[in-house]
Design a binder for this molecule. Structure first.
Ligand SMILES: O=C(O)CCC(=O)C(=O)O
Ligand SMILES: [Fe+2]
Length: 321
């Protein structure tokens, strides 16, 4: 019998809104310490980040609504064999969910080409919204990854190369509300993300992401309803790269109430050319190497071949030493 409970525990909240948040300042060091603790203890935190204007956030959910309202045959034009991108919906495991992943969401040519598949005459409100959102949220992605790597003593050159080794995927997601019930229903089943870092925001519904505590006993409801709130989650690739020294948390989406939930996420995903492995700086006597070098796409494929392969146990089976 499952002993899991949902408690009113809180995720750490980290404030990135200071104007003085520049590398080398005391403000930066303070936030960096908070990022390190949050990722060590939870693999996740709520970020307060005000670079995405409320208007842009609203525009993202407006264009998402338009996209998901398109006929199924139109959305099927962007189905991909690789399930982290393209259109995904009508999956019996997650019946409330539909999602669309846009690869290279920071590249205007790629985004315009994607937009044109859905709207052959083009739709600048869609592509511009995607590009602006990606540009702004990438800043939080870069700051977070820079901070966590600096905190482990990795140098500027390494960090720079690392930041250039990922591509950026934006995903828009829709979760139907549930009718006439006091019971929560699953919107997305429990999983860990497979990429480096994920940053999620949602429209103004009260429910949404829940994150499992590391002792496997409790679900923490992430509170992402403020206009400047983003939920930041470390993925399996960051866990491997930092030799298990940050967690990659199990999370899920729960739904309650009749309102539709829209969420938007920025996922930094390794480019395919290079294997992911932990640098010597994060390996020592107390922290022996945990994982073999890993090819992201091959690992991604492995996780899709059978159910139950979206957690850290499956990751250890795949590439543990
Ligand atoms: O919709 C959300 O808030 C989370 C989605 C999620 O966990 C994912 O796409 O990996
Ligand atoms: Fe996720």
């Amino acid at each position: 019998m499952s002993m899991e409970t949902t408690l009113t525990l809180q995720l750490p909240v980290i404030d990135f809104t200071s104007q003085d948040l520049k590398p080398g300042t005391s403000e930066w060091d303070l936030v960096r310490g908070n990022v390190r603790r949050a990722l060590e203890d939870y693999g996740c935190f709520e970020a307060l980040f005000d670079k995405v204007p409320v208007k842009l956030r609203k525009a993202v959910f407006d264009v998402s609504e338009e996209l998901f309202r398109l006929p199924l045959e139109t959305k099927e034009r962007v189905v991909s064999e690789i399930k982290y991108k393209g259109y995904v919906g009508h999956n019996p495991t997650n019946p409330l969910y539909e999602g669309v992943g846009i690869e290279f969401a920071d590249n205007s040519e790629k985004v315009n080409a994607f937009t044109q598949k859905l709207w052959p005459k083009g739709k600048s409100s869609f592509s511009e919204t995607v590009l602006s959102f990606t540009e702004q949220v990438s800043e939080l992605d870069f700051i977070t990854r820079r901070m966590i790597m600096e905190s482990f003593g990795l140098d500027d050159k390494y960090i720079h190369e690392h930041l250039n080794s990922t591509k950026c995927l934006m995903r828009m997601m829709k979760y139907k509300g549930v009718e006439d019930t006091k019971e929560e229903e699953s919107g997305m089943e429990a999983h860990t993300d497979r990429n480096m870092l994920t940053i999620i925001c949602q429209n103004s519904v009260a429910d949404g992401i829940e994150v499992k505590t590391n002792d496997d006993k409790h679900w923490i409801k992430a509170n992402a309803s403020q206009d400047s709130s983003f939920i930041v989650l470390a993925g399996s690739m960051l866990h491997v790269l930092l030799n298990g020294r940050v967690l990659s948390s199990v999370h899920r989406v729960m739904r309650m109430g009749t309102n539709t939930r829209y969420s938007a996420g920025l996922f930094s995903v390794p480019k395919t050319e290079e294997l992911i492995y932990a640098p010597e700086k994060v390996v020592d006597v107390e922290h022996p190497r945990l994982f073999k070098p890993i090819d992201f796409e091959a690992y991604f494929q492995f996780t899709t071949e059978e159910s139950g392969r979206r957690d850290s146990k499956a990751l250890r089976t795949y590439c543990g030493l």
